[in-house]
Design a protein around this ligand. Structure first.
Ligand SMILES: NC(=O)c1ccc[n+]([C@@H]2O[C@H](COP(=O)([O-])OP(=O)(O)OC[C@H]3O[C@@H](n4cnc5c(N)ncnc54)[C@H](O)[C@@H]3O)[C@@H](O)[C@H]2O)c1
Length: 337
């Protein structure tokens, strides 16, 4: 059983990975600056996992703060979630994205090397494929930056490749997420975007909660069964399991891997809206607006390599994503009331 440091561990994906690691007997440790996480997440995680979860407040651009947590906790591996992640914002503030996502990664790698620690699981994204030529998209598809956020994720992957090529003691798991959605079944942790959400499921959740009048559907004349865009939605607890399998492979001495984490199955915007409506118990309103530039009709993972290398397979379906999201959103509203 291993001690795993989770940078950005109080955030959406990191907090769910924390639960999956603890359930498998590992000891997660959080490092987060709480710029996009609620202060009570470590307490919630302690209640959920039944044990205190050590949490260090710090910035991944701060080598001294990283050095302190590495010295105090002596982890066996790191999962690096801490990053800025909003595509639109990255076009307004590209340098902030480069500072946190690229310089933050380099600072973390330096602190790890100084501590003699060379096992890392890296949060990458399907965004690295840009507008893919092939779907389902395999890991061999070319990387193309179509916005500053995607650029930072590609640079992160390249930095890790160069590092591993220069020193074989580095073992890196690069995980390219498709569309993480849903929440832990306890409804104690979930996605909690500040401001207007960027992703479809939290947007629909706002409609369901009455905070948005209706969902805007960007285009219904794509070459898909109902004309709306089709994407691969992966339940965040399946994603969390993928992280656990990835780090366990590295801890077992595997050299590293680059893997898509998705289901391989797409759902249209209207299918997701209907599934969320089933979870809520009523139909949710929408209106069709023009297509967004750059959107592709269908974008799904080819999940074969993750299954072959990790035995990973997403088990939870779209209804479970919507049910768990709605339970989390309702619970949050009740706690705030
Ligand atoms: N959620 C998605 O749709 C998605 C898809 C693909 C890839 N990713 C990647 O997965 C990772 C986690 O995403 P998430 O959805 O959990 O995001 P999130 O914002 O919920 O979590 C990121 C966490 O990092 C922390 N953080 C941000 N900047 C920091 C800094 N400078 N120092 C220390 N902590 C910092 C935030 O407070 C937050 O808790 C990110 O690297 C993101 O790019 C996310």
């Amino acid at each position: 059983m291993a001690v795993i440091l989770l940078t950005g561990g109080a955030g959406y994906v990191g907090s769910h990975a924390c639960v999956a690691l603890a359930a498998a007997g590992h000891s997660p440790v959080l490092f987060d600056d709480f710029s996009n996480a609620r202060e009570d997440v470590p307490d919630r995680l302690a209640r959920l996992t039944g044990a205190p979860v050590p949490c260090y407040r710090g910035d991944v651009r701060d080598p001294a703060a990283l050095g302190r947590v590495l010295a105090a906790q002596n982890p066996d591996a790191v999962m690096h979630f801490a990053a800025l992640k909003a595509v639109g914002e990255s076009m307004d503030r590209p340098l902030d994205y480069m500072a946190v996502n690229i310089a933050g990664l380099v600072t973390l790698l330096g602190a790890m090397e100084a501590a003699g620690l060379r096992r890392l699981v890296y949060s990458s994204s399907a965004t690295v494929y840009g507008v893919p030529d092939v779907t389902p998209t395999p890991e061999s598809a070319p990387r193309r930056a179509v916005n500053p956020y995607g650029f930072t994720k590609i640079k992160g992957e390249e930095i890790l490749e160069q590092l591993a090529a220069s020193d074989p003691r580095w073992a890196v798991g690069v995980l390219r997420y498709f569309n993480p959605a849903g929440a832990h079944e306890s409804a104690m942790i979930g996605e909690d975007p500040s401001g207007r959400p960027n992703n479809l499921v939290p947007l629909i959740a706002r409609v369901a909660a009455g905070q948005l009048r209706r969902l805007e559907v960007f285009g219904d004349d794509y070459s898909t069964p109902d004309g709306t865009g089709v994407r691969d939605y992966i339940h965040v607890m399946d994603l969390a399991e993928g992280h656990r399998l990835s780090v366990e492979r590295l801890l077992a001495g595997a050299p590293g891997h680059v893997l898509n984490l998705g289901t391989g199955r797409g759902h249209s915007v209207l299918e997701v809206l209907a599934a969320y409506g089933r979870a809520v118990g009523r139909e949710l309103p929408y209106r069709v607006v023009p297509r967004r530039p750059g959107d592709v009709p269908v974008y799904c993972a080819d999940p074969a390599r993750a299954e072959a290398e990790l035995g990973f397979r997403a088990r939870r379906d779209l209804d479970e994503i919507c049910r768990s999201s709605w339970a989390w959103v309702r619970g949050q509203a009740a706690r705030r009331a």
